[in-house]
Design a protein. Structure first.
Length: 306
């Protein structure tokens, strides 16, 4: 199978040298595509040393789904792999391992394991351990009753798609504030495809969000779920998975004797719940309020409706 690897970039100078060197050392060959949102640093200069396949777009035209759709349609590979600019392959076999599962023709998409960087916060480390366990698995429509919305989980920080499956479900959707990967995961499941989690295909990738950033992130997730309500209708509400996560996070803090972080634990999860609920009610809020609640302020310039 032919492979294309796509990296959306914006001012990625701090990440690209290490990332692209690691990609050049992979055990499998691929077409490397950079789609850049008018970076003002040396991103393009660095990228030009590694590939001729560079797509430049205006910063204001960036869209989580639409930009990836543009790059995926440009790609010539039968399998399209996505990496974010702040991800770093764990070893030389990361790409080979994630694409190997497509020998199973039922698989429409796959995602790999994300490992936290050493300097990631305790809360950030737990998120990676919770969402990316050490055991691989497959998910299909038959698993919805067991796993609910988690059945459709995908992460474009390190994911691979069968291009023909992308075409079948009408590619990435334009205009999503976040969740273009979750949207596609749900679309592929409903279309009869299987999703694969490939635990031995690994990258380093994590965020150390502040409590306010957590609030903003969950506000945007609430917006996404409100605007794409068919996902919750088909897979179930997100609150059940959220409850399981809270229990796991509390146990993780106790395991690491981080008793002094317990007040922060309650603050974070309270803010996440509040943010999510407000996001689901965003249509009732004025734009000036939304701009303070969202992580993606510029998105609302295009999509806000009073």
């Amino acid at each position: 199978m032919s492979i294309s690897l796509i990296i959306p970039t914006y001012n990625a100078e701090a990440y690209l040298p290490a990332l692209l060197e690691k990609l050049m050392q992979q055990t499998i060959s691929f077409e490397l595509i950079i789609i850049d949102s008018s970076s003002t640093d040396n991103t393009l200069k660095i990228a030009q040393n590694y590939t001729e396949h560079i797509i430049s777009i205006k910063k204001e035209s960036f869209d989580h789904g639409g930009t990836r759709r543009q790059a995926a349609k440009y790609a010539t590979g039968e399998i399209v792999v996505f990496l974010t600019q702040d991800a770093l392959p764990y070893d030389h076999t990361s790409i080979e391992k994630i694409v190997s599962v497509f020998e199973n023709e039922a698989i429409g998409a796959a995602y790999g394991r994300q490992l936290p960087y050493a300097n990631t916060s305790l809360f950030g480390k737990h998120l990676r351990l919770f969402n990316y366990p050490s055991t691989s698995y497959l998910r299909s429509a038959n698993d919805i009753d067991t796993y609910g919305i988690k059945t459709a989980f995908l992460s474009d920080s390190f994911a691979a798609y069968r291009k023909s499956a992308l075409e079948e479900v009408a590619w990435f959707k334009d205009g999503l504030i976040v969740g273009e990967d979750s949207y596609l995961g749900a679309k592929l499941i409903v279309a009869g495809y299987t999703l694969a989690y490939v635990a031995n295909a690994q990258v380093y990738h994590a965020h150390s969000y502040s409590p306010i950033e957590e609030f903003q992130r969950y506000f945007d997730i609430g917006v996404f779920h409100k605007r794409e309500s068919w996902i919750l209708d088909a897979f179930g509400k997100a609150e059940g998975e959220g409850g399981r996560y809270i229990k796991s996070e509390f146990a993780y803090l106790l395991k690491h004797h981080a008793y002094h972080r317990i007040p922060e634990f309650f603050l974070r999860n309270g803010l996440k719940y509040l943010g999510y609920k407000l996001g689901q009610k965003h249509q009732l809020l004025p734009l000036f309020a939304i701009r303070k609640l969202t992580m993606h302020t510029h998105w609302w310039n295009k999509h806000y409706k009073a």
